[in-house]
Design a protein around this ligand. Structure first.
Ligand SMILES: [Zn+2]
Ligand SMILES: [Zn+2]
Length: 312
C-alpha cells in the first residue's frame, strides 16, 4: 500500500521521500484518530500495528512522546488501554479445559488429575494464564506502559481479593464453599500470572531507553511484592478447600464414588500445600516471580518465600 501511494505521488510530480512519508503519516494519523473516536478496540489495535509496520508510526523508545505530541494525552491513553485489555485469542480469562482428564478433574474417582489439580481447567499456555494478549502482540515502544497498566490493575484486584473473606463452612454447604474457593483460586492465580508475565517483559523489551531502565526494575520489584501476598492467600484458599473436602467426605455415602473422590482430593491438596517450595511443579508455582524475588528482594523482606527458600 505504501508503494502504491509513492508511485501515485511521484506521477503527480511530487517529490522527495521525506515529505512523502510525513504526508502519509499525517493521513495515517487522521484515520487513526477517527478510529479512536469510533472506539472499537480491535480496529484501533489493528490500525496501529499496520501503521507501525508501514513505518508511518515510530517503534522506538520515543513512541509514547510522539503519540502524546501528535494525538494528545487522552487519545494516547485510549490506545494504551486497547492494548492493555487485548484478550488472549486462545482462551477465556486465562483458562482452558484440561486435556489430560477431558475436563473431569479425576480418573475413576480414585485419582485426582495432577495437571489441573482436580479442577478440570488449566491456565492457558499461550498467555501464561493471564488471559491477556502476550507481549508479541504488543507494539514496540508501548510494551512498558501497557504492562505497567496491567500491573496496576492486577495489584488492585489482588488487594481487593485479599480484603474479601473466604467462604465459611459454618454458613454454607461444603460443596458450595469448595466451589467458591475454586473460583477464588483461579481468579487470584490469574492476577498472579499477570504479574509473572510482567516480570517476563524485561527479557522481551528489545529497546528500553536508558531513562526507563529504573522503571523496569521498579515494576519487577512491585510485581514480586504483590505476588508474595497473593501466593500466601493461595495457600489459605487451599486450606479452606481441604476443610470443605473433609466435611464433604463425612456427608457422602461410605464407599461411594463421590466419597472416594473427595478423600482423594483431601489427600492431594494436603500434599500440595506441604510441598516445598509450595505448589512445586504445578501451575500454581510461578518460577519467573520466584527468580525475580531471589534477585531483587533481600530475604528479610519476604515472608513465605524466605521460608520456602530455607526449607528447600
Ligand atoms: Zn485434568
Ligand atoms: Zn490465553
Amino acid at each position: 500500500m505504501y508503494m502504491v501511494e509513492e508511485k501515485k505521488n511521484s506521477a503527480k510530480g511530487k517529490n522527495v521521500s521525506n515529505e512523502l512519508s510525513s504526508l502519509d503519516t499525517g493521513q495515517a494519523l487522521e484515520s487513526f484518530l477517527k478510529a479512536l473516536q469510533r472506539g472499537h478496540s480491535d480496529e484501533i489495535v489493528q490500525l496501529f500495528l499496520e501503521d507501525q509496520a508501514r513505518n508511518l508510526f515510530p517503534k522506538g523508545g520515543d513512541t509514547l512522546k510522539w503519540l502524546t505530541d501528535n494525538i494528545g494525552k487522552k487519545a494516547t491513553t485510549k490506545l494504551i488501554m486497547a492494548f492493555a485489555r487485548l484478550e488472549c485469542f486462545n482462551c477465556k480469562n486465562g483458562l482452558r479445559q484440561c486435556e489430560n482428564c477431558d475436563g473431569t478433574g479425576q480418573f475413576d474417582y480414585e485419582m485426582v488429575c495432577e495437571s489441573c489439580l482436580g479442577l478440570a481447567s488449566v491456565p492457558c499456555d499461550f498467555c501464561g494464564g493471564s488471559g491477556w494478549a502476550s507481549i508479541d502482540c504488543i507494539p514496540l515502544g508501548l510494551r512498558l506502559v501497557v504492562f505497567g497498566v496491567r500491573l496496576e490493575s492486577a495489584e488492585k484486584q489482588v488487594e481487593s481479593m485479599l480484603e474479601e473473606r473466604l467462604p465459611n463452612l459454618s454458613e454454607e454447604k461444603a460443596t458450595a464453599v469448595f466451589n467458591k474457593c475454586v473460583d477464588s483460586l483461579f481468579d487470584l492465580n490469574r492476577q498472579i500470572s499477570v504479574l509473572e508475565s510482567t516480570v517476563g517483559i524485561e527479557l522481551d523489551m528489545i529497546e528500553v531507553p536508558v531513562n526507563l531502565e529504573g522503571q523496569v526494575s521498579k515494576i519487577t520489584r512491585k510485581c514480586v511484592l504483590v505476588a508474595v501476598r497473593g501466593e500466601k492467600r493461595l495457600g489459605e484458599i487451599i486450606e479452606a478447600m481441604i476443610a470443605a473436602c473433609k466435611l464433604q467426605s463425612e456427608s457422602e455415602e461410605k464407599g461411594s464414588k463421590m466419597q472416594k473422590f473427595v478423600a482423594a482430593r483431601t489427600k492431594f491438596y494436603s500434599a500440595l500445600l506441604n510441598a516445598r517450595p509450595q505448589f512445586a511443579g504445578t501451575y500454581l508455582e510461578h518460577p519467573f516471580l520466584n527468580e525475580a524475588a531471589k534477585r531483587l528482594i533481600p530475604n528479610k523482606d519476604l515472608d513465605t518465600r524466605t521460608q520456602d527458600g530455607n526449607e528447600a
